[in-house]
Design a protein around this ligand. Structure first.
Ligand code: UD1
Ligand code: UDP
Length: 352
């Protein structure tokens, strides 16, 4: 079958690496990169490190307001679909690239498969929540990572084409964890000791677009005194500079460029704790058995809260410091994200 896969943002490159490899054993894949992320460390580094095939198309859409970015993607993706005539389109997660790919496919009556279907944060102020709801509505195959995702779809009346496959990020992690331990020298380069530092990422508009939230987070890191590594997303760097925070960073906090997946895995795996507002990193923290402090008041990955490996603190500096000093998981970790065979299951479902 001729399958067109749409990617555009950092987490989608990581998710497509194992699935592309699996699908290409039996199918023809056309890889379309919307160009939503374009800096070397937000895009090319993942293609190089993870041996992802070079995209057949890079639409070069770049940054923009929500409607502008999504609209430009829709126009260009449709042109590729009309030319290539894929029999199925595959979209990942919840970004604007996901929604644009999904809309383009459904309007042309091409079968649509959504990887990571059914997730909900129940917060419609997040652009991702709108992308999730709409993408699921037009999907034919809803490939769910967890039972919660299936239940969420059921409540919206979506029951056909729904499959529990596990999480493709588990496949990616299983494949790359050993490689990361062998190849990544990030701890040595940054002079860090295993278990004696924390790592933080921030990129959600709810945090980055508020001077108060960003100031609270940085203040809390300073107060904790813990050695902190902060690979800074370009969106976050832009705002931190604008707010004057960039040049007033506490001495225990080390700002670095975004890193590749292998360095990120090693940084996370050897950390004492992880602070983040990322969806993917909450899951990876759980998979790597590192306690996660989530800088949001909700999460679509509710299972990680269940046995106490993840705690929601928002951008409240007191809660962040308390969690950094005191938070401990309650229970043993369960295999809530599958066993690393999600990609194989997806290939079998597509074959059928
Ligand atoms: C996007 C996704 C988000 C996902 C995240 C992963 C949407 C609505 N958001 O958020 O769901 O969690 O990617 O990282 O799709 N920029 C650069 N260089 C780049 C990319 C971005 O400088 O290579 C800067 C630009 O100033 C841009 C800003 O970052 O305006 C935001 O980029 P954008 O892709 O719109 O959203 P993200 O915040 O990255
Ligand atoms: N990641 C990375 N380098 C970084 C920050 C994150 O490789 O500097 C990886 C991370 O390990 C995870 C994915 O990027 O696999 C998550 O992407 P992000 O947080 O940008 O998006 P989200 O998951 O929130 O959509």
């Amino acid at each position: 079958m001729k399958i067109a896969s749409i990617v555009g943002a950092r987490p989608q490159f990581i998710k497509c690496a194992p699935l592309s490899r699996e699908l290409r054993t039996e199918h023809e894949e056309i890889l379309i990169h919307t160009g939503q992320h374009y800096d070397h460390e937000m895009s090319d580094i993942f293609f190089e490190e993870l041996n992802i095939p070079k995209p057949d198309y890079n639409l070069g859409i770049g940054s923009g307001n929500q409607g502008e970015q999504t609209g430009k993607m829709l126009i260009e993706i449709e042109k590729v679909f009309l030319k290539e005539k894929p029999e199925m389109v595959l979209v990942y997660g919840d970004t604007n690239s996901t929604l644009a790919g999904g809309l383009a496919a459904s309007k042309l009556h091409i079968k649509l498969a959504h990887v990571e279907a059914g997730l909900r944060s129940f917060d419609r102020r997040m652009p991702e929540e709108i992308n999730r709801i709409l993408s699921d509505q037009v999907s034919d195959l809803l490939l769910c990572p967890t039972q919660t995702a299936i239940d969420n779809l059921g409540k919206e009346g979506i029951t056909e084409g729904v499959h529990l496959v596990g999480d493709v990020m588990m496949d990616a992690l299983e494949y790359n964890w050993k490689v990361a331990r062998e190849k990544s020298r990030i701890l040595e380069e940054l002079e860090l000791e295993k278990g004696k530092y924390v790592v933080i990422t921030v990129h959600r508009p709810g945090n980055t677009d508020s001077k108060d939230s960003m100031s609270n987070i940085i203040e809390a890191l300073g107060q904790s005194g813990k050695i902190t590594v902060f690979p800074v997303h370009p969106r976050t760097m832009k705002y931190m500079r604008e707010y004057g925070i960039w040049d007033n960073i506490p001495s225990n906090v080390k700002l670095i460029q975004p890193v590749g997946y292998l360095d990120m895995l090693r940084l996370m795996g050897d950390a004492e704790k992880i602070l983040t507002d990322s969806g993917g990193i909450q899951k990876e923290a759980y998979m790597l058995e590192v306690p996660c402090i989530t800088l949001r008041m909700n999460t679509e990955w509710v299972e990680t809260l269940g046995d106490g490996w993840n705690v929601l603190v928002g951008a409240d500096s007191k809660k962040i410091v308390k969690a950094l000093n005191e938070f401990k998981p309650r229970d043993r970790k369960k295999d809530i994200f599958g066993n690393g065979f999600a990609c194989e299951k997806i290939r079998e479902i597509i074959n059928n």
